[in-house]
Ligand binder design. Structure first.
Ligand SMILES: Cc1ncc(COP(=O)(O)O)c(C=O)c1O
Length: 445
């Protein structure tokens, strides 16, 4: 018998795997009753687009660079990232403040391992942070946010919460645009949060992986520009350049203790994985240096995300009983089912984890993410709705060929090019309607 480390039990199945297994199981079950199973894919948060061509070409050209590389990232790339961050986010252009790591997720793990302190996570949250903290034996606090503030943490709430904690350093995770709510923090909100953090010596881990998808990017502000002495800014190639599988993330370090942070990182990297795949690093130089084609790509994909996000949001808003956030960036919005709590309980949906099972069950076939995967308490019936279920390649071409210029055309565009999202919204509407009339049939196991 093989014995396992207890720590591995601290990590629950990541949402994509869990939902994948649920879909497969459901498929099997439906197959036995002759069901032509297809499901509405509101669960997965992967970019639907192919990566920008110059990046793919650069990877082909650099495939021969097979030697080991610097643990913190090759200088050429760190220089390119620093320049990119200065151009887009007004962060200081200093390559010494940049580290390259195994995706944003991987850099979170490395820095959680290096920087001491309990972790504060505003909820609802992306699944990634809490299991890492748990695995590393770090204490973490899920901190509730509220619909009246669009689920954004306020400075007052943070101040109040910090007042309940004992001393010691704390790490605040901020995520803007937010997964799962699609909300973007404004400059004034960040300024207020930063001043609370400065007062209490709180370190900010700012996850800005969706920053460049912000629909109105001219308004985007990184808290790294406001609180440079205490903020780590995380970003990478996964979302805006659609290259999640390249596993390349970046972090812009605070302007204090930079050398010491890097020493820790180099030790960990050298011990665990040596360096990020060398050809990918060389290719990524192209993705971060000034490049007109990549800028065009970012602009076009951002517009498509806006059209898809806002139109799908409008379809969900018209479903009575749901309270839905209006996305300003990222791949998601948040649908609050709490007004239907009594009906859900009556139908046998006991908790928020059960909500995704109910939505997925026959004949609804709606894949979403709920419950633990959003760090929600059991009695909170919220769901993350991802609006990226379409063929990015085709939609990109269609958008360039005929750009929709008003809301009507945008709705028609979504109906034509993302029909599964439109029928998925109808399926949710039917689910809610039958919930209200008490006729909801659930094949829950
Ligand atoms: C908020 C957030 N942060 C980080 C990640 C992971 O990023 P990466 O692929 O760079 O590890 C995701 C991916 O879903 C995400 O939604």
């Amino acid at each position: 018998m093989i014995r396992f480390e207890e720590n591995i039990e601290q990590i629950e199945m990541p949402e994509n795997l869990a939902i994948g297994l649920m879909v497969a199981k459901q498929h099997e079950k439906c197959g036995t009753v002759g069901c032509d199973f297809d499901y509405f894919g509101f669960a997965f948060g992967q970019s639907p687009f192919p990566p920008p061509r110059p990046l793919v070409k650069a990877l082909e050209e650099n495939a021969g660079k097979s030697g080991y590389a610097d643990a913190e990232g090759i200088f050429e790339l760190r220089e390119a990232v620093a320049g990119f961050n200065a151009r887009h986010f007004k962060l200081e252009a200093d390559p010494e403040r940049i580290i390259i790591g195994p995706g944003t997720k991987g850099i979170f793990f490395l820095l959680f391992s290096i920087i001491s302190g309990d972790v504060i996570i505003p909820v609802p949250s992306w699944i990634g942070y809490a299991p890492q903290a748990r695995f590393l034996g770090k204490k973490y606090y899920p901190l509730s946010t509220y619909p009246e503030n669009n689920y954004k943490l306020t400075a007052e709430e943070l101040e109040k919460f910090l007042g309940t904690l004992d001393g010691g350093q704390h790490l605040l995770v901020l995520n803007s645009p937010n997964n799962p709510t699609g909300q973007v923090y404004s400059k004034s909100e960040l300024t207020e949060i930063a001043s609370v953090c400065r007062k209490h010596g709180v370190i900010v881990f700012s996850d800005e992986i969706y920053a460049l998808t912000t629909f109105d990017f001219s308004d985007y502000v990184s808290i790294g520009t406001i609180y440079p002495e205490g903020t780590f800014v995380f970003n990478g190639l996964s979302k805006d350049r659609s290259a999640g599988g390249y596993r390349l993330g970046t972090c812009h370090l605070p302007d204090s203790d930079c050398r010491k942070i890097k020493e820790g990182l180099k030790k960990l990297a050298a011990t665990m994985y040596t360096n990020i795949t060398t050809p990918v690093q060389h290719a990524a130089v192209t993705a971060y240096r000034e490049n007109e084609e990549i800028e065009d790509y970012l602009n076009v994909t951002r517009q498509i995300h806006r059209i898809m996000g806002r139109t799908t949001h409008d379809l969900f808003t018209s479903i009575e009983g749901l309270r839905v956030t209006r996305p300003d960036g990222g791949f998601y919005f948040y649908a609050d089912f709490n007004e239907l709590k009594d009906e859900l309980l009556r139908a046998g949906v006991k908790d928020s984890n059960g909500l995704s099972k109910a939505l997925l069950s026959h004949p609804h076939h709606i894949a979403t993410v709920t419950g633990d995967a959003l760090l929600l308490p059991d009695d909170n019936f919220g769901a993350r709705i991802a609006y990226v279920d379409y063929s990015g390649r085709q939609v990109y071409e269609a958008y360039l060929a005929n750009m929709p210029v008003n809301k009507e055309e945008e709705t028609a565009f979504v109906k034509k090019h993302a029909p599964m999202m439109v029928s998925g919204a109808e399926a949710v509407s039917e689910f809610v309607a039958s919930l209200k009339t008490g006729t909801l049939q659930l094949e829950l196991q």
